[in-house]
Design a protein around this ligand. Structure first.
Ligand SMILES: [Zn+2]
Length: 488
């Protein structure tokens, strides 16, 4: 069963064949570091983290490059506002991004190159493009000449004729064609600058990725990823530069993740509904962000809504409750474990289903649903009577824990301390469902008193009252109760 990926270049699913056997060269466009990233920017890192882990799981060695754009107008403008060097801004936001990245528990990339460290390589590519007649200089500014590259538009399916009108491309008198794009430009006063054969200046945007790819991965890579908003012009221009320079295919498979909506609306400054990854993680939990993202296929538009968040809280509650149950059972039963062959076989069947799903263009939505089914199967093994838990329960618990750990490692999920996260999820539910915590606490105390007094009727009626409020009594939690979660 081979890996199949959807390739934006051909607009279809294709069997994945790597350039070198068992090796993958993967490049993902990283952030421009001038501010905290909004949650949509984390869809790439979270999704590609799983893609890389999955490819390694099925036997590839993945060289994963994720860059930091540390030279950009937005960085420079912020630096001018604050009266500091632009490197102060980029350094600050690289550190802030890395805090968020580590909090998400994603695996470190093989390389995190910064544009400012690749200036020689950028200048060399521009020189080569000029020498080949694919680029031209006007007053210290260098442009790539689109007409010299017949395949321009092959990724975005934009036709050169349609770009004539100057829509979606900058009008500039110096350009031979409106769609020609900047490779190098003179720096304005106060902007960072590097020496070049065309005077002091700085690179255009697109050239950086081509330079870092060429330096770190070579002329041709296996997979280039990014958000769909980067297909045009950024990735289209990367192909033109890369192939214009090397005369070789730039990248074999282009993988693009889709947008995030807030509810039904697109995230935008004008709507004021942009939420940073950090604010989301503070308000909810990193686990919720990862779970919500991976519950949808990366190519679908994902709406982040209260409903989705509630579903994620419920689902994670079930999953972590099962993990806690398994851990407690392993501790509780002292004898040597003996897993039930039938249960082990069921886990293997889920392995096969997950393999099929992830090999089918990384279908993480199906992957998550199989994890959930495995949890259900585990819960159905009959743990209710604590006193009767035996070596088979213990064996099954160990098998389940090993199984969930394997997929947790792959998706950066399910490795939190179950007790801690269950109480955090519980607090979240209390908040999201607007539950009057004091009232619940009072009722629980009254019920405990009624039980001490052997007043069973009253204890029972209080329990019913709690149930009506959406609360269930639960020994596993420190406070003795929890918000009931819906079985989803
Ligand atoms: Zn890029």
């Amino acid at each position: 069963m081979a890996l199949v990926v959807y390739n934006t270049l051909t607009n279809k699913k294709e069997k994945f064949v790597s350039i070198e056997e068992d090796k993958v060269k993967l490049y993902l466009c990283g952030p421009t570091v001038y501010d905290l990233l909004h949650i949509g920017n984390f869809r790439g890192p979270i999704t590609f983290n799983l893609m890389r882990n999955w490819m390694e799981f099925i036997g590839y060695d993945v060289n994963f490059v994720y860059n930091y754009t540390d030279i950009d107008d937005k960085i420079i403008n912020k630096a001018i506002d604050e009266g500091v060097e632009s490197s102060v801004i980029s350094e600050r936001y690289i550190q802030e991004f890395e805090k968020d990245f580590n909090r998400l528990g994603l695996r470190a990339h093989t390389h995190n190159p910064r544009v400012s460290e690749y200036m020689d390589s950028i200048i060399n590519i521009v020189k080569e493009l000029i020498a080949k007649g694919k680029a031209y200089e006007v007053d210290g500014e260098v442009f790539f000449e689109i007409k010299t590259f017949d395949d321009y538009g092959k990724l975005s399916k934009n036709k050169l004729e349609d770009l004539q009108a100057g829509q979606r491309v900058e009008i500039d008198e110096k350009k031979r064609h409106p769609a020609d794009f900047v490779l190098w430009k003179p720096s304005k006063p106060g902007e960072p600058r590097w020496n070049s054969p065309w005077g002091e200046g700085r690179p255009g945007w697109h050239i950086e990725c081509s330079a870092m790819i060429k330096s770190l991965l070579g002329d041709t890579i296996d997979i280039h990823g990014g958000g769909i908003d980067l297909i045009f012009p950024h990735h289209e221009c990367e192909i033109a530069q890369g192939e214009g320079c090397s005369d070789k295919t730039y990248c074999n498979y282009w993988i693009h993740n889709n947008f995030i909506n807030m509810g039904d609306e697109k995230m935008s400054k004008s709507l004021g509904n942009i939420i940073s990854g950090r604010a989301f993680m503070d308000e909810y939990h990193p686990e919720i962000l990862k779970y919500v993202f991976l519950s949808a296929h990366y190519r679908s538009v994902l709406s982040v809504s209260n409903e989705k968040i509630l579903q994620a809280v419920s689902a994670l509650n079930r999953i972590y409750s099962a993990i806690l149950l398994a851990k407690e059972t392993v501790e509780q039963v002292a004898d040597k474990s003996n897993a039930d062959a039938g249960f082990v076989k069921k886990l293997e069947q889920f392995d096969n289903k997950i393999k099929k799903s992830l090999n089918d263009d990384f279908n993480t939505a199906d992957f998550i649903s199989y994890v959930f089914e495995a949890v259900r199967t585990f819960n159905a093994l009959g743990f209710a009577n604590k006193a009767k838990r035996n070596v088979v329960h213990k064996g099954n618990s160990e098998a389940f824990l090993a199984w969930i750990e394997k997929y947790g490692k792959m998706s950066a999920l399910f490795y939190e301390n179950p007790k801690t996260i269950l109480s955090e999820l519980d607090d979240m539910l209390i908040r999201l469902r607007d539950i009057d915590k004091e009232k619940v606490e009072t009722l629980v105390q009254k019920r405990n008193q009624a039980r001490t007094d052997k007043n069973w009727d009253e204890a029972d009626s209080i329990r019913q009252e709690l149930e009506a409020l959406g609360i269930e009594l639960y020994d596993g939690s420190a406070r003795g109760w929890r918000v009931r979660v819906s079985e989803s």
